[in-house]
Design a protein around this ligand. Sequence first.
Ligand SMILES: Cc1cc2nc3c(=O)[nH]c(=O)nc-3n(C[C@H](O)[C@H](O)[C@H](O)COP(=O)(O)OP(=O)(O)OC[C@H]3O[C@@H](n4cnc5c(N)ncnc54)[C@H](O)[C@@H]3O)c2cc1C
Length: 381
Amino acid sequence: MADFDVLIVGGGPVGAVLALALRGSGLAVGRIEARGPHPAADARPIALSYGSRLILERLGAWEGLASATPIQRIHVSQRGGFGRAGLDAREAQLPALGYVVDYGALSEALGRELGAGGGVQLFQATVSEFESGKDAAVVRFAAGGATHHASAMLLAVADGGALPVARMRVHDYGQAAVTARVSCGVPHGNVAYERFTPEGPLAMLPAGDAVALVWTTTPVHARELCALTEAGFLARLQASFGSRLGTFQGASGRAWYPLVLKVAAHIAEPRTVVVGNAAQTLHPVAGQGLNLGLRDAWELAALLRDCDRADVGGPALIRAYTARRRIDRAGGIFFTDLLVRLFSNELAPLGWARGLGLAALGAFPPARDFIVRRMIFGARG
Ligand SMILES: Cc1cc2nc3c(=O)[nH]c(=O)nc-3n(C[C@H](O)[C@H](O)[C@H](O)COP(=O)(O)OP(=O)(O)OC[C@H]3O[C@@H](n4cnc5c(N)ncnc54)[C@H](O)[C@@H]3O)c2cc1C
């Protein structure tokens, strides 16, 4: 008999949402997290889609995100080229296209909700390896200076991609994202700006009274930007973004993240599934990674809640999970990768094609509706 029905490796947002979604299922759920019980102070901005809000609401975690700033409109343009497009919440008949929170605040809200009962939680415990057997999966982890083992009918790996997974496709974009909070001379009006530049996309997201910056560039430039004085940084940002948000007045909390695409060839095998970034780590363009990961967790939990306890982790569940995630996952990976490859270069013919694409999107409401639905609810719209 296994120690757990479901054992989750990783207590990031995807692992936490999976644990919350299994609350009250009657399954014995455990979670192993390398960090301590207090979430990392990670100010990385996360644009949660309206679809993710619905998931968090159902789990009781949305109320804890009072600081979430709604996005009413997304303005897309390319630097030095023609063509622009606007996506609008009113046109999509939604209260908002998405909501900006920071990673730390989201983790804290999920942690608070889990405190009210999300199964066994082990903190400061680091999994070093896992193995899938016929009847159970076994993990080896270090905690309190000793090595331990735990077994589960189903192991859900939600470690953000830290542990090696068989047959993982990795593509280094040769890019890094610089993040910061920037105060502007003009109120953001709940508009998110996505501006494509040859070095990569530059996003300015409404975040409280300020904007949250995600500036994609080369790793060398990212390091350089983080080392500049505040005034030097703001001058570079102003030159790259322009004056749509007035004169930038301050920037706090600069950090940078290397960007790679990682895609697991198989997301499930008997006794083990990989979810969230462990299954697919995406470029942050268009803010899809966590939204896709939350749908992984939500749909896995739905299947687990519906199956007999004896079938947890068995071949039928594994087949059903793989089939259920195929289209949404492939769509999310394809869409973000295509955006990065199409927009992050200076080839003149592509510049024209991009301009025409943006102009068509701006002029053609059904195309906007198609994109908005998929960004918010996933590839199945
Ligand atoms: C700059 C930037 C901006 C982004 N913006 C957006 C956005 O706007 N919208 C969006 O949807 N996504 C966005 N993303 C992507 C988003 O951050 C990820 O998709 C999301 O964090 C994935 O969550 P996760 O729980 O799968 O993994 P993680 O957040 O990486 O969490 C993994 C957890 O597992 C734990 N762990 C790791 N290894 C082990 C181990 N061996 N044993 C035990 N525990 C372990 C870690 O401590 C961590 O708590 C952005 C990413 C970046 C870099």
